[in-house]
Design a protein around this ligand. Structure first.
Ligand SMILES: Cc1ncc(COP(=O)(O)O)c(C=O)c1O
Length: 375
């Protein structure tokens, strides 16, 4: 079966893990700090904090920005469940918004329709790595905080700036299915020093960042170096040096991974345009760059499910990201969001990643063409 999401880990990552294991410092430490600095440099972010997942990052960012009881957060309905879950866990209310029929990105006019006095934040997604038209979003958002879910958009760029660094805060995922993978992991980027310090405390149980502890405290001649001081009440969301060591190696390869993805995207765009029954994804907007995380097609004439089944039966795994949040029962959302529901009926993600061989790509294209010839 040709996989739809995968990672590329090799001897460099194995050696980096070995080095960390041999050092015996396997928790949060120098490698994590090195990864933070290198990642921040790569995307030109002011402050960066590594955490154990992007889901944890979502929760931490919302908590740090003060999202709490009865606050409303606008979320494009085509996005990941960690977004509404985090809002609800903090006592707030997710408000689901409709998306553009072609890019699957949040529509600016939805912000105008849905904003109330209680709207505190928006969580954006750059769907599939395709940068949203950020200026249009910013224009209608006014004083509402903008948080970028950049899980799809590592190294995507909007007018020369990295996605994830455009808004008030952003976060990235390094889980097993992402272009840069550390097994599990995530990064938070933020501009404001006050929030950076608060995040440092919140990601590690609320421990004070101002007071040294343990052996560092002993070295400062404190007689009771086991004393603890908390600035906040929180849980534990740290990255460790094993994951970070993998991340440092992956960072050296990420440009190549994205180049490879781009070349496959271009092959699909050229080869599939002759298939009348499918609609191809739009190219990135002018002055933007995509990370090419997902490739998506829309299938006409109610043929999407049949095509999906045919591809899987022929050894090509396909799926759709992301099942619209407003349709998930537990959120108990009453409103219909027509664009997203039509996307749910027609859209399909086909494999797009750096491990696809020429024969895999050929097989994917010929199998899609064959399906439409025989129906
Ligand atoms: C858009 C989006 N946001 C957030 C996440 C959460 O990432 P993680 O698996 O690192 O918690 C994912 C994971 O699939 C995602 O796709």
């Amino acid at each position: 079966m040709i996989s739809i999401f995968t990672n590329t880990l090799d001897n460099e990552e194995i050696n980096a893990i070995k080095e960390v294991l041999e050092s015996r410092w396997i928790g949060f430490g120098p490698k994590t700090k090195e990864f933070e600095n290198k990642f921040a440099e790569k995307i030109n972010a002011e402050y960066c904090l590594m955490v154990n997942s992007a889901s944890a990052a979502t929760y931490l960012v919302l908590k740090t920005l003060g999202i709490g009881k009865e606050d409303e957060v606008i979320i494009p309905t085509i996005n990941f469940i960690a977004c509404p879950n985090s809002v609800i866990e903090l006592g707030g209310k997710p408000v689901f918004a409709d998306v553009d029929l072609n890019t699957f990105n949040l529509l600016p006019q939805e912000i105008e329709r849905l904003r109330t006095d209680k709207t505190k934040a928006i969580i954006l997604l750059h769907y599939g790595g395709h940068p949203i038209d950020y200026d249009s979003i910013k224009e209608v958002s006014k004083d509402i905080l903008i948080i970028e879910d950049s899980a799809n958009s590592i190294l995507s760029k909007y007018k020369g700036k990295s996605c994830g660094t455009l808004g008030d805060a952003g976060f990235f995922s390094f889980d097993a299915m992402k272009t840069l993978s550390t097994g599990d992991g995530g990064a938070i980027v933020i501009k404001n020093e006050f929030y950076y310090e608060k995040l440092q405390s919140l990601r590690f149980l609320g421990l004070s960042t101002k007071k040294t502890s343990g052996f560092d405290s002993f070295k400062e001649k404190n007689n009771q170096w086991w004393e603890i001081e908390l600035d906040n009440i929180s849980n534990r969301f740290l990255m460790n040096d094993i994951n970070a060591a993998i991340g440092i190696e992956q960072l050296k390869k990420i440009d190549y991974f994205i180049e490879k993805r781009k070349s496959i995207w271009n092959i699909y765009q050229n080869e599939l345009k002759e298939v009348e029954q499918i609609q191809l994804p739009p190219e990135p907007l002018a002055d933007t760059q995509s990370s090419y995380y997902l490739y998506w097609i829309k299938v006409k004439n109610n043929l999407r499910d049949k095509l999906a089944k045919y591809l899987v039966e022929n050894g090509i795994y396909v799926t759709f990201r992301y099942y619209p949040l407003h349709l998930i029962k537990i959120y108990n959302y009453k409103e219909r969001l027509p664009n997203s529901e039509s996307i749910l009926d027609e859209a399909l993600n086909i494999p797009l990643h750096q491990n696809l061989s020429e024969s895999d790509i050929d097989k994917i294209i010929t199998t899609i063409k064959k399906f439409f010839k025989q129906i």
